[in-house]
Design a protein around this ligand. Structure first.
Ligand code: SME
Length: 159
């Protein structure tokens, strides 16, 4: 897996700059297009007590465009500020189903100045698709894009 190549591509996107929405869309595209096991990639942004879907790339749209912090795997990661890796979504009762093909999921919070401001949510059609290498890579991506995700209405990390 070419994690360093993807990081370089994301670095180039950030150096190019521009509207936050366009930057985040380009990053979602890179993640989706460069990794076969990243079936659907979305970036959620915190608005008040909700996660609101921003740029995403995948075969189809999700109905979960607004998720309350605390609900689902997405909401759990936002509430704790900790990455969630779920090897088998059908065995996790927190799971909010989006696509019938999804088997596993990783959700990586994006923090800025001590607050969760968003998260990277990736669904895979493969069981147990995400490992520690994905976690390390995506936590690095989250750090890189955090300034582009910071909003005035971000929520505090609840520990
Ligand atoms: N599965 C997520 C909801 C978002 S979709 O995967 C796009 C969850 O359980 O929070």
């Amino acid at each position: 897996m070419n994690y360093s190549g993807a990081l370089e591509a994301i670095d180039r996107i950030l150096n190019r700059g521009g509207e936050a929405e366009d930057v985040l869309r380009a990053v979602a595209d890179v993640l989706h297009d460069r990794f076969d096991h990243y079936s659907w990639v979305g970036i959620y942004l915190v608005e008040g007590d909700d996660l609101v879907l921003g740029p995403w790339k995948g075969p189809q749209a999700t109905e979960h465009v607004r998720i309350p912090v605390g609900q689902g795997i997405c909401g759990a990661a936002a509430a704790t500020g900790e990455t969630e890796i779920v090897d088998d979504v059908n065995a996790d009762e927190r799971y909010l189903a989006c696509f019938p093909s999804t088997r596993s999921e990783i959700v990586v919070p994006i923090t800025f100045e001590g607050r969760v401001v968003g998260e990277i949510d990736i669904d895979s059609d493969r069981l147990a698709a995400f490992g520690e290498d994905d976690r390390a890579f995506l936590e690095r991506v989250a750090l890189l894009i955090s300034p582009a995700c910071s909003a005035p209405t971000s929520t505090r990390i609840q520990r």
